[in-house]
Design a protein around this ligand. Structure first.
Ligand code: DGY
Length: 428
């Protein structure tokens, strides 16, 4: 693959990616996240492909080596012991040969597979590696619709906020009132020893994260039971959009490799998902919203989860409305895209997913906006993203008002996204 324009920014990003490389997987950052995370790894592979294609394929292959027999791909693989992180493998207790968590994460793998495959300059190598990953990703997608969409609605539910990756989003606040905390084992958090507690989820939220983990553990991590037994069943528009896009991308790779059955199956999944996603549109908010499957109600919270669907090739008028929503946000903020609408009284510029800017989300939104011809907004987001790096380095996330770096530092996926933004800039 041809590298993006060499620049010191490019070199710095590569340095961060290499620093966090543990040989066959990459940690999101030293200290705070010392294992392999699912969606982090797929974003990471996109970055690695600019300087070491073989290593990029390995990143994804390592993740899929730990796929569960039922098809689920866990959100954390605990390759090593490290009690600097909580909750560790003993809390999850999933009984896997290499310990893993028991929940999943946004399926960036379908999209990443297609990117690696199409950008490759080593045809035989890419064909071979893609051919091996294809059935595994297909099996994961099949698992999603079987285990998380038991009524066949075309949309999958998340059973834990950590599955969304947007751990403490305002989207979950109402549903979290239904999650009890009685009876959870005493615990001591480690995240607040590595990052400023004011940037992290609260104790009340951690109690509920832990209650859900203990509840699912008590059901033996049996995915045929977890969906119906969970008091938390949230249909996140962004997550579903990533899955829909993943199905389309997987279909394209399958087609190119001559696997027409896998291609047809995934095109059908994507078409059903895209039609169902329309239920989540809110004209009032100018974006999609989450659906609480337990109450059947849309959640009145304008978060970035409702802007990410532009990544799934939604109708042109929806993409235009999302672009306008982001432009409105930009009138109040120095940097976009905030993880929560700044006009929302619950917006918190520094607290994780309740306001800060995340480069991975910016990247998904830019990809969708460019495909929809919404250049002006896409360019604004690219500019914002690169200015944040220049000002504050490769942080986990950023305060959209001041640009201050938040959470962990020297962050892998942020570095990977810088390589992507440099490449997009060089192309346009
Ligand atoms: C954490 O520990 O903060 C993670 O987001 C859970 O995956």
């Amino acid at each position: 693959m041809s590298p993006a324009q060499p620049s010191s920014l490019f070199d710095h990003a590569v340095e961060v990616l290499k620093e966090n490389d543990r040989g066959t997987y990459t940690v999101p950052t030293k200290g705070l996240y010392p294992f392999q995370w699912n969606w982090d790894s797929c974003f990471t592979a996109l970055g690695q492909a600019y300087f070491d294609e073989d290593r990029a394929w390995t990143e994804m292959e390592t993740l899929f080596e730990h796929q569960w027999p039922d098809g689920m791909v866990p959100h954390i693989v605990f390759h090593v012991n490290d009690d600097g992180y909580f909750p560790g493998p003993d809390v999850w207790n999933t009984g896997r040969p290499t310990p893993t968590s028991g929940i999943t994460q946004p399926p960036i793998a379908g999209f990443a597979l297609r990117k690696l495959f199409e950008r490759s300059t080593h045809r035989a190598l890419a064909d071979r590696r893609a051919l091996a990953l294809l059935p595994k990703i297909d099996k994961w997608f099949e698992w999603f619709y079987a285990a998380r969409d038991p009524q066949g609605e075309g949309l999958v539910a998340l059973l834990h906020p950590w599955e969304a990756g947007r751990d403490n989003s305002i989207d979950w606040d109402e549903a979290f009132e239904r999650v009890p905390t009685e009876g959870i084992a005493p615990y001591s958090r480690r995240d607040t020893q590595h990052a400023d507690p004011a940037h992290r989820p609260t104790k009340a939220q951690y109690d509920r994260y832990l209650w859900l983990v203990e509840h699912f553990r008590s059901l033996g991590w049996d995915n045929s039971k977890l969906h119906d037994a969970s008091p938390f069943q949230l249909v996140d528009a962004g997550f579903n959009a990533v899955l829909i896009r993943g199905c389309k991308d997987l279909a394209a790779v399958a087609e190119a490799l001559g696997d027409t059955e896998t291609a047809a199956r995934n095109r059908a999944r994507a078409a059903k998902g895209a039609a169902a996603l329309e239920r989540l549109w809110s004209a009032e908010h100018g974006q999609y919203l989450c659906l609480d499957r337990r109450t059947g109600q849309l959640v009145a919270s304008a978060s970035i989860g409702g802007l990410i669907p532009v990544f799934a090739a939604i109708p042109a008028e929806r993409a235009a409305a999302i672009a306008r929503t982001i432009m409105r946000q930009a009138e109040r903020l120095r940097y976009v895209v905030a993880s929560q609408d700044p006009a929302d009284s619950r917006f918190d510029a520094k607290r994780y997913w309740r306001g800060p800017v995340w480069l991975v989300c910016n990247y998904l939104i830019v990809d969708g906006l460019l495909a929809a011809g919404e250049r002006e907004t896409a360019e604004l987001i690219i500019r914002s993203s690169l200015e944040l790096i220049e000002q504050s380095g490769f942080a986990e996330y950023y305060d959209p008002v001041t640009g201050e770096p938040c959470g962990g530092g020297r962050f892998t996926w942020t570095a990977a996204m810088v390589l992507e933004f440099l490449a997009i800039k060089a192309r346009n």
